[in-house]
Every structure is written in C-alpha cells, then in structure tokens.
Design a binder for this molecule. Structure first.
Ligand code: E4P
Length: 214
C-alpha cells in the first residue's frame, strides 16, 4: 500500500518526505488554511513539493459549479504533469470530473462517505477516490467496513482507493489488510507510524553492546 502525506506544512513535510517512504502529498483548502497557505501561494507550494517528491501532488478545486470546477482543474493541471486534481464528490464535482478525465486530466474524487459515491467516481473515470475514514467513524458509520465495501466495489475498475482522514497507525494497518491502495496521513499519524519504544529499547542495547566492543 502506498503512503502519501496529507499536509501543506512544509516544516512538518520536509523531514517526512526526506525518508523517501511517501509517494506524494495531498492537500485541500482546509489543510492549506491550517498551514496558513493562501490560494495564490499554492503554485509556490506545489513547486516546493515537486522538488521533494518523485510522486504526485494533489490540489483541490474550490469552484462550485461543474463548468468552473472544470476550468479550475485544467488550470491547476497546467502547473505540472504530476499534479492530480482533487474534486469533491458533489453532483457538480462528479460532472466536472468526467469532463476533466475526458480532457486527459487525472482526478481524485474526495470527501467520499459511502460505496455509492465510489460507483459514481468510477463512472466518472476518476483515477482515485478519497474516502474519509475518521469522519465516517465519527459520524456513527463503520468507516473500516465502508472502505472495505468501496475496495470491493472498485475492484476491476481503473479507480483506486486513497483513504484520508486517518486517525491512527492502527487505521493504516487495518486499511492495508483490507486492500486499500493507498492512505494519506497527517504529519502526526505519519510520525506515529515510526514510533516503537521496543525497537528503540533494542537499538539502545545494540548501541551499548557496540560501544563495549570498540
Ligand atoms: C482529506 O484530504 C483530508 O484528510 C480531510 O481534511 C479530512 O481529514 P480530517 O478529517 O482530519 O479533517
């Protein structure tokens, strides 16, 4: 399963991208706001990200109706052939997704809360869907079960599952076991994946043994 980072905070992203373990970066307007990145600063952010990853950078449209979303998506895509356009799973968003896909623009349908939206995204030809695992669970749905259904529904289609709104490393493991293609992680969850006190204790023992052998 591929790992992406869900952040626009360059101080947090830099060290995580430097590990080489993350395939790319996803953003949305909320993530930009949390990192104090204005919309007119997005091209600078995208340039910074593209220099630090070989993979894709995902930027979300902010327009409301299908024509405007299509226009905005095409403009975003003009920044790089490694930019994937994120579009919310509204009726207008899905309409625009179909038009972007027909124009050769790779898309991710985001804010997906159930398998029927996965079916619609696949019909629109989206390259990806982003189910919101944590938010589904917090809304009283069984997020993991819903994602498992989406993986099942999308099998054989060209649409892959990139799960967002991840709350813990245990979520990541559960999603990998369920066959999700990718997850996108906030910097805190990404960092938590590396944290294992027992490994650190073992390494401290190795260090002490190595020091005694010098
Ligand atoms: C999607 O790209 C994000 O993960 C989205 O903001 C949802 O995450 P949150 O539930 O942590 O806000």
């Amino acid at each position: 399963m591929d790992l992406y980072l869900d952040s626009a905070d360059i101080a947090a992203l830099g060290p995580l991208l430097a590990t080489g373990l993350f395939r790319g970066v996803t953003t949305n307007p909320l993530i930009l706001q949390r990192a104090n990145v204005r919309l007119d600063e997005v091209p600078t952010l995208v340039e910074w990200l593209l220099e630090r990853t070989d993979g894709d950078v995902f930027v979300q449209t902010t327009a409301q109706d299908a024509d405007d979303i299509k226009r905005e998506g095409s403009r975003l895509r003009a920044m790089s052939d490694r930019l994937v356009v994120k579009v919310p799973a509204t009726r207008d968003g899905l309409t625009a997704t179909r038009r972007l896909v027909d124009a050769g623009v790779p898309t991710l349908v985001t804010a997906v809360y159930g398998p029927r939206q996965a079916v619609l995204a696949a019909a629109a030809g989206a390259q990806w869907i982003a189910p919101y695992l944590g938010r589904m669970t917090e809304a009283g749905r069984d997020g993991h079960e819903q994602v498992a259904r989406m993986v099942q529904v999308l099998r054989g289609s060209g649409t892959r599952t990139l799960v967002a709104s991840i709350r813990s490393p245990e979520d990541v493991v559960g999603l990998a076991a369920a066959g999700a293609d990718a997850v996108t992680l906030g910097a805190d969850v990404a960092q938590a994946l590396f944290d294992e006190p027992l490994t650190e204790a073992a390494v401290a023992q190795f260090d002490a043994a190595a020091a005694a052998l010098r």
